[in-house]
Design a protein around this ligand. Structure first.
Ligand code: AHR
Length: 375
């Protein structure tokens, strides 16, 4: 079955049927298939409403009526996306809602993140949420969580070397990269651009978001015979994006017509660097600028035409994590993988839709209403 989370209205149904196979990884559908399904028609028309349609909060007390303690080992604070992800968890897992949230900002340091998880075990929290900075090196500490009887819920990025967690809620990053590539192919054809010379600014090394977006875009680039002139990490930060782009502008002056930034903050930095170097970008410029995340500021730049296309990564996972916790608390088995609904955004209606992994998804032209409702 190919499903994504669609709305709170179907949330109850989701517990039984949603997204992917219920309960064990043996019944799950491959991620690449799940995340390519187009959202329901009404969502495509009003994409910004998704977050409001998240599952309703409810009494969070555990069986004995106590406050539920949750340890959350967050990646850091590198981007607008991350800020929204942190806020989503703090809003849902608030004292008012019956939770005691122990939050650790790991500042993009994997050693700190492992230490944070071990600290949560020491505290004997009820649940642990991990947004893994890197996708490997997890089996030992997850075994420790398992031995301590503390369920782990993974959000956003994936853990690829262990399945000792109750559920994962996040995005299919490879599909995002494939979508960027398929859109670029169609856009270039519509604009009569016959040669693609791309520069990629990757996210943080070892993060599944970086790995998936890089693989997805490269797959299309290889298929279409495009040239990827260079691909370096900007660490998902504005400063990182600016620094890499400054160097690209010197090394590849006059040689590139596409820049792929793996998140919005890198794109903001890259825009500053290109402006300083006298390179024009966006819908009226010489360089097609593609980004990921589609945060509010990113969408403003899509609307102004500076970013040509922006592929959403939805950070509002917490309501769905709460559903997982409720399922676990009531003795049930949650779905092992839960995919967020995401939209692809553009400035102009040149490519109305794209097909990724055999499924068609609309491109959404950004309006002020969409910007105002975005995270
Ligand atoms: O893991 C999600 C990525 O991490 C987002 O694209 C980026 O903005 C964040 O830092």
């Amino acid at each position: 079955m190919k499903r994504k989370i669609v709305s709170a209205l179907v949330c109850a149904a989701m517990v039984a049927t949603m997204v992917v196979g219920c309960g064990s990884s043996s019944t799950t559908t491959a991620p690449a298939e799940d995340a390519t399904e187009a959202p329901a028609e009404e969502e495509a028309e009003a994409p910004a409403e998704d977050a409001e349609e998240a599952p309703a909060e409810s009494d969070a007390s555990n069986a004995s009526g106590d406050v539920i303690t949750i340890g959350f080992a967050q990646v850091g604070h590198e981007s607008d996306w991350r800020t929204a992800s942190t806020k989503s968890c703090q809003d849902v897992f608030s004292a008012e809602n019956g939770y005691d949230l122990q939050f650790v900002d790991c500042d993009n340091d994997s050693a700190v993140q492992l230490e944070a998880v071990r600290g949560f075990i020491e505290q004997d929290v009820d649940y642990i949420i991990i947004d893994p900075i890197v996708s490997t090196g997890w089996d030992t500490v997850l075994t420790e969580c398992e031995d301590a009887g503390i369920p782990v819920i993974v959000i956003d990025r994936t853990i690829d070397d262990s399945d000792k967690y109750a559920a994962w809620v996040g995005s299919n990053f490879k599909t995002e990269g494939l979508a960027a590539g398929e859109w670029l192919k169609a856009y270039a054809a519509a604009k009569g651009i016959t040669e693609i010379n791309a520069l990629v600014i990757e996210g943080s090394t070892g993060a599944s978001a970086t790995i998936g977006r890089t693989e997805g875009f490269k797959e299309i680039a290889d298929r279409e015979g495009w040239t990827i002139l260079d691909s370096q990490s900007g660490d998902f930060t504005q400063d990182g994006g600016q620094e890499v782009m400054e160097s690209y502008c010197k090394s590849y002056e006059g040689k590139f017509n596409v820049v792929i930034c793996q998140n919005d903050n890198e794109a903001f930095g890259a825009m500053d660097a290109m402006t300083a170097a006298g390179v024009s970008y966006g819908v009226n410029g010489d360089v097609i600028l593609v980004s990921f995340d589609a945060c509010t500021a990113g969408l403003e730049f899509v609307m102004s035409g500076d970013i040509t296309a922006d592929f959403e990564c939805n950070p509002l996972a917490a309501p769905f994590v709460e559903e997982v916790i409720k399922t676990l608390a009531s003795g049930g088995t949650p779905d092992k993988e839960v995919y967020m609904v995401e939209h692809w955004y553009v400035n102009e209606d040149v490519v109305p839709s794209i097909e990724v992994n055999g499924e068609t998804q609309e491109m959404t032209v950004v309006t002020q209403e969409i910007v105002d409702a975005q995270y």
